[in-house]
Ligand binder design. Structure first.
Ligand code: ZN
Length: 51
């Protein structure tokens, strides 16, 4: 297996729910092409629905 610092994660737009798979070497989250707002990690939606 190859080493890779990049991990594939799913990000989602909190506004229009547009999802996309990105590779993040750091905390640089992409923006939604439709809403032009920063997308969030979809995994966090599953774990933390407290707010
Ligand atoms: Zn959006």
């Amino acid at each position: 297996m190859e080493r890779g610092e990049k991990e594939p994660i799913q990000v989602i737009c909190p506004k229009c729910r547009y999802t996309e798979i990105v590779y993040l070497p750091c905390e640089d989250l992409p923006k939604c092409p439709h809403c032009d707002i920063r997308m969030i990690i979809a995994e966090l939606l599953d774990e933390g629905k407290s707010y």
